[in-house]
Write a protein that binds this ligand. Sequence first.
Ligand code: TXE
Length: 487
Amino acid sequence: MAYTQFIDGELTSGAQRESWINYNPATNLPLGEAFHANAQDIDATVASAEKAFHTWRAKTGAERGRVLVKTAEILRSRIEQIALLETQDVGKPIAESLAVDVSSAADALEYFGGIAASIHGDYVDLKNAFGYTRPEPLGVCAGIGAWNYPIQIAAWKAAPALACGNAMIFKPSELTPVSALELAKAFMDAGAPAGLFNVVQGDGRVGAMLVDHPQIAKVSLTGSVATGKKIYAGAAPLLKRVTLELGGKSPLIVFDDADITNAVSAALLANFYTQGEVCSNGTRVFVQRKILNAFLAQLKERTEKIRVGDPADPDTHMGAVISAAHLEKVMSFIDAGKAAGATLLTGGDKPVKDFKGRDISAGNFITPAIFTNCDDAMEICREEIFGPVLSILVFDEEEEVIQRANNSVYGLAAGVFTNDIKRGHRVIHQLQAGTCWINNYNITPIELPFGGNKQSGMGRENSLAAIQYYTQLKSVYVELGNVDAPY
Ligand code: TXE
């Protein structure tokens, strides 16, 4: 397979382009060759997007909405095929790709397709005049994605951008160049103008070309804090608009009156779903002392039942992490945790056979790990590991756990488990995070804003809140009388 650019409605050739091999994380065997976009590709993409922008912004919201909703239908009709591509590219279980990745991409297109016709300004009566506002599109927007949810991230950016009348150039992570091309094809099959949604391939150098391009009005990144800071700085000279969806080290707090079975389910979801490669994961699990033993007993027993194995097998619970390099990074955190004196309660090793006895020694597999006897200052409790590593922290008092939970540069997400609903809201209101849950975790309906505070990002994706990040407000004063001049 060749993963090239998708410019002006069609795939380009990879000739005379720098390239790299894209691997299947479960086998480390090649899936195909991907080709970096060069400066000419970027200029051609921007010119095509600019042309499409003028056609697209002239359409009504309803007309734009129809194309987005049609694209969602097409994605749903191709869900098995695209989900398998995503599983082969990311290493996540096919059960997840079918249940979440393609569906949530379609949900975003359907949602923003549905509201496109109702994106409007305000009207205000004035003395002998009136005023109105127009949420106008920004122009050509760039989306830059991470590798953990490739097609979901592409759609979470494209759907609001296009609903608002913009065009988009999307660069997936160099580790996952596949499914964004499927989204581009679906837009074309849904009747989108050529150039409305383009895909350019490459690493951070190509991303930087998008950030620096004078005709690109906005950049939306899903990625690490380090990259977020580079993009924020790169956008400054032209004061480009930016949305940054960055990393996290989120707290999940379990009070002693919580339903332990539900709290354990959430802790498993918040640490081992998608091999733990989820930015909003609740990786600092604070448990109130009185229920620690009961919580740990159930957590360990259920963690050791998680089926690690061939991601293409529908029975698999946990697949392979994205790359051999990332696996080594996760393993080094586990070594650091042990060296710091934390207790590795279970997991954290590289299995050679999966739950059906198949040889998985060639892939990037690791068993879900739990650390106890942790201290807030330990690296495993402060740094984002972005892997299946859960740290248990014990607390006694409400005020104490709020202070410790907020003691992080990150502020992406937070969760609280308690049957005292007043306490649930009281604690969540004091946690410094943008996306929060009471008695559940990592559920991200398209109707609710998603995004972080502090160094976890700025701006929001999803819900009506996303509209303001893909429009610029124009206010118009209309005089119905005469101009009142002092001279
Ligand atoms: O990020 P990277 P990764 C975070 C997650 C973790 C990271 C993992 O928490 O920290 O993302 O993803 C491009 N100029 N989130 O390793 O390395 C790069 O090519 C322009 C948060 O992919 O930052 C890739 O396409 N672009 C999240 C993208 O940036 C540059 C959900 C991200 O790469 C660049 C998922 C540069 N200088 C993961 N350098 C959330 N909060 O929603 C790299 N890139």
